[in-house]
Design a protein around this ligand. Sequence first.
Ligand code: 13P
Ligand code: SF4
Length: 316
Amino acid sequence: MVDTDWADEVRALARERDAVILAHNYQLPEIQDIADHTGDSLALSRLAAASEASTIVFCGVHFMAETAKILAPDKTVLIPDAAAGCSLADSITADQLRAWKAEHPGAVVVSYVNTTAEVKAETDICCTSSNAVDVVASIPADTEVLFCPDQFLGAHVKRLTGRDNMHIWAGECHVHAGINGDQLAERVAAVPGAELYIHPECGCATSALYLAGEGVVPAEKVKVLSTGDMATAARHTSATAVLVATEVGMLHQLRRAAPGVDFQAVNERASCRYMKMITPEKLLRSLREGTDEVDVPTATADAARAAVTRMISIGH
Ligand code: 13P
Ligand code: SF4
């Protein structure tokens, strides 16, 4: 139940501050519903770059707000709680990436957008889950690729591009890694005929393709998608039930997109505690007090910008 006083105050304060509110698909339902735009990492980065508002309030995790600041250095970027981190972004540091690059001179570094600004500054091209395959495919076939930090997304990209000169960092998101093949097989058996929407960060992504290969689920019903692409697929589906392997906040967008479809989580406990740190109270405080302001040192932002700009120019 949305508190209308809260919603009215958020909208009034956003107007006063000339602020646009962006929310990731994993945010709490109240936050998704009040935002000017809700979407996946790529869509939100593009919106941040294109926005005419002087302030961006980023309801998501810290690396997303940093990416907005890198793309829009003259704007004020706020995140309602700067402590909203990401276990995947924490799985590689800039020092580790520098050491890895030294072992592979001449390699092109592709970093998932779920990385710190310092890691982006050491990167040639960033990617998100919706354009990772296109980004890697854009690199000449004879050039080595260092892909970091997500091993499951890396494996998915390697499978689709057929590239064997691609090295993959062994990082993971604790939420998606925890959605495993056994849980998926159990849910598939319990909901026969369901389509599968699988985020490529999931531990079960390979199992989903295995189930399709074995004919347990028809191949056309298995879709490996970013969160934004899941919402698009939902708007066009003819399925009556869909099993969803990603963070559970996504279910709100899917149910809004296709109210007649039975969307079920593969793992109901797959909730990101960092995403859920952005509460209605903190959003209000952010707009009232201008907290927490995100800053990226100029040299880091300048070094990272080319990689992030290439990312937003590739893919749909
Ligand atoms: P997308 O919304 O880009 O698919 O990213 C998922 C994610 O894990 C963000 O933290
Ligand atoms: Fe990071 Fe995983 Fe949370 Fe996304 S769901 S913000 S990748 S910890």
